[in-house]
Design a protein around this ligand. Structure first.
Ligand code: ADP
Length: 319
């Protein structure tokens, strides 16, 4: 009787215990694989942000539109007295590297409030329900720390329009997460001072429900900088670098049309690296000109020079 019934039962129990233990270990300390209500992931608020609008060169329209939010976080009384509640969310729209994250941080820095930064793809989790749990966790923590700013980078990872590919299947998890996000945005009190900023470079792919009033109803374009903007960005980034006396930022600005803020920051840094390589203690105009080419076209390939014979082969075709 023991061999037939008790022993197999015991065996199964031991195997189940072992697998559950190893799964728990894999999920990390504190993660209980039976408790799906809690994402277990840590979401940190950065409460000491030093970035201000002065660090963001150009982008005056975006700064102007966001300064209202800063005002509100500074002085909510003024707005609540008259009965106004601020937009709960604003969507920063623009190509990569134009400073969307930087601007969002600057809003938190100016308003001196905690800053929760999370990427849309972090909501897409392995287990069903975990993404939604993470959204819940995030909003719970934000409510505790209000007033504060939540920044969701690349929101298109969760916010893509629902139900476009009914045949694809397997998208339910993302839809659940999006639904949870929509519910949470409706649920919290706009007067409490939790402002959600989100960034995307593909606004057309977002679900309509995200864009309706009461959610991300403000759209703030963050464009590639124009000549004036490029020169200003170069100057902001040159502040921390020793520059020679021959630097002409206008010339660099003119030579970099179409470059994003991130590329311009990189140009200054590449210039500084080149100066170090050549044993100088400051950056010259030639360094910057060289680094424009490095950043835009890549490093010079010194070994890829064509021999005379190869040039002949390329240039002349025998018939
Ligand atoms: P995005 O989030 O739009 O992809 P980021 O905010 O991450 O871009 O920008 C990357 C970097 O580019 C920033 O850390 C900053 O150094 C630089 N940068 C971009 N735009 C600006 C700007 N307007 N002024 C100053 N620096 C900028």
């Amino acid at each position: 009787f023991i061999l037939m019934w008790i022993l197999p039962g015991l065996l199964f129990y031991i195997i189940w215990r072992q697998t559950s233990k190893s799964l728990q270990a894999r999920l990390g300390a504190g993660g209980n694989f039976m408790s799906f209500g809690n994402s277990g992931a840590k979401i940190y608020a950065d409460s000491d942000i030093k970035t201000t609008f002065a660090d963001v060169a150009g982008q005056n329209e975006a700064k102007e539109m966001l300064s209202e939010i800063v005002n509100f976080l500074h002085n909510p009384q003024k707005y609540t007295d008259i009965g106004a509640s601020l937009p709960k969310g604003a969507l920063l729209v623009g190509p990569p590297g134009t400073g969307k994250t930087l601007i969002a941080r600057a809003v938190a820095g100016e308003a001196k409030v905690p800053f929760f930064a999370i990427s849309g793809s972090e909501f897409v989790q392995m287990f069903v329900g975990m993404g939604a749990a993470k959204v819940r966790d995030l909003f719970k923590q934000a409510n505790e720390k209000a007033p504060c700013i939540i920044f969701i980078d690349e929101i298109d990872a969760v916010g893509r329009a629902r139900g476009k590919n009914p045949n694809m299947g397997g998208n339910d998890e993302r839809e659940n997460t999006l639904n949870q996000l929509l519910t949470e945005m409706d649920g919290f009190d706009g007067k409490k001072g939790v402002v959600i900023l989100a960034a995307t470079n593909r606004p057309e792919s977002l679900d309509k429900a995200l864009l309706r009033p009461g959610r991300f109803d403000r759209r703030i374009p963050v464009e590639l900088p124009d000549l004036k903007g490029r020169v200003a960005i170069l100057k902001v980034h040159a502040k921390n670098v020793k520059m020679g006396s021959d630097i002409d930022f206008d010339a660099i600005g003119r030579a970099t049309s179409g470059a994003s803020g991130a590329e311009l920051a990189n140009i200054i840094n590449e210039g500084a690296l080149r100066a170090v390589r050549q044993g100088r203690a400051y950056v010259t105009q030639a360094d910057l000109e060289e680094s424009i080419e490095v950043v835009i076209a890549g490093y010079q390939k010194k070994n890829a020079i064509l021999t005379e014979a190869e040039k002949w082969t390329v240039a002349v075709s025998y018939t």
